[in-house]
Design a protein around this ligand. Structure first.
Ligand SMILES: NC(=O)c1ccc[n+]([C@@H]2O[C@H](COP(=O)([O-])OP(=O)(O)OC[C@H]3O[C@@H](n4cnc5c(N)ncnc54)[C@H](OP(=O)(O)O)[C@@H]3O)[C@@H](O)[C@H]2O)c1
Length: 348
């Protein structure tokens, strides 16, 4: 029997605590170290995980702790420094989305994984969902024909501030498109994989707070492919609870999925997935619960496999780069008020 994969966790905030739970709850994993700068977070971590080494500084943790993989769940502007420091020590990385807040940083992280020969998984956990992931399987089976149109839409309550208000500070969050819509760019591009790479993107957005005009509450983007397929990604943060919809139309049929919860992290969500193959309409019975808390557990299992067997993660560094890149082109499209090409962004 293999020994448990040793995880070091950078960040013990709202989402980092869920990572800690998922790691600690997996018998093939061992949580060996946690880093968080504030005393209060460190105290909480120590209380919950008394056998784990707690550090104030992520770089110190990387230098001193014995681990196999670092799980980075810190504010997005810190991802590059922490990921590259861990990679330079030969550690594998699970990096939360957005992998970083500039294209330059994303490319440096992808290049770092190549240079140091380590595995890099990016936290696009919706791909591991029993619901959003099943859509990919249905498309792959040809049930709806060739996908030509994808809509991913979310209406939700406003974002949290985050530790020391980083999420409302543009220099640290980068863009609000990099926060939640990045998941939808990732899904839409994944569903439309058979169309190749997207070629053009046009976005619109607005803010309801004049104090932060470039952190957008309402955001919509369309991106298209050379073969005429296209996707719509749309989000409002000026709403309530958490309600997500995906619709995909193909040359033969279509599908429709929705997910609703009072909170994104509820353990009791409502959801469905309906598929029309051109003749029959079926409501798909999902094998597991759908929701990010459940998907996070799958993500940890996937990372254990990645470390033990070298199996590539479902979302690689290049996927993370594409998703962040689409968000950043969307920001630029809003700024310039016109559609922009997207193909250039992968070039190193
Ligand atoms: N995949 C998803 O669905 C998903 C969901 C939520 C968030 N995220 C991503 O996960 C990351 C964290 O989000 P969050 O909501 O958990 O933020 P958060 O609640 O603000 O927590 C951030 C944590 O990082 C700590 N921190 C800050 N700088 C650090 C550093 N240099 N080294 C180590 N820890 C540091 C903070 O420490 P203190 O507590 O000591 O201040 C806090 O514990 C972001 O990149 C976010 O976009 C992804």
């Amino acid at each position: 029997m293999s020994s448990p994969v040793r995880f070091a966790l950078a960040g013990f905030g709202a989402w980092g605590k869920f990572h800690a739970q998922s790691i600690a709850g997996n018998s093939d994993a061992r949580l060996v170290a946690i880093s968080a700068p504030s005393e209060s977070s460190r105290e909480e971590a120590l209380k919950l995980y008394p056998d784990v080494h707690i550090f104030a500084d992520s770089l110190e943790m990387i230098a001193q702790a014995e681990f196999d993989l670092i799980d980075i769940v810190t504010p997005s502007h810190t991802h590059r420094e922490i990921a590259l420091a861990a990679m330079a020590k030969g550690k594998h990385v699970l990096l939360e989305k957005p992998m970083a807040i500039t294209l330059d940083d994303c490319k440096a992280i992808v290049a770092g994984a190549q240079q140091f020969g380590v595995h890099l998984a990016v936290g696009h956990e919706l791909r591991l969902s029993s619901q959003w992931g099943e859509i990919k399987n249905i498309i792959a089976r040809g049930t709806i024909g060739d996908p030509q149109y994808v809509l991913v839409e979310l209406s939700r309550k406003p974002y949290r501030q985050g530790a020391s208000g980083w999420r409302y500070d543009q220099s640290r969050v980068g863009s609000w498109v990099l926060e939640e819509p990045i998941h939808f760019f990732d899904l839409a591009r994944w569903y439309l994989e058979s169309s190749g790479d997207p070629v053009e993107l046009h976005a619109y957005a607005n803010s309801r707070d004049p104090q932060r005009p470039t952190l957008f509450d309402n955001f919509s983007a369309m991106f298209k492919y050379a073969n005429g397929s296209y996707a719509v990604v749309s989000q409002t943060l000026a709403a309530f609870e958490h309600h997500q919809t995906v619709k995909v139309s193909g040359t033969k049929g279509a599908l429709w999925a929705a997910w609703s919860g009072a909170l994104d992290r509820t353990l009791e969500p409502e959801y469905f997935l309906k598929v029309f193959d051109g003749e029959n309409l079926e409501t798909v019975k999902l094998k597991k619960h759908s929701g990010e808390v459940f998907e996070l557990r799958e993500e940890i299992t996937q990372c254990i496999d990645m470390v033990r067997t070298g199996k590539p993660p479902i979302a690689t560094g290049l996927d993370g780069l594409w998703s962040a890149g689409l968000c950043l082109v969307a920001e630029e499209s809003i700024c310039q008020g016109k559609p922009l090409p997207v193909g250039e962004m992968l070039k190193f």
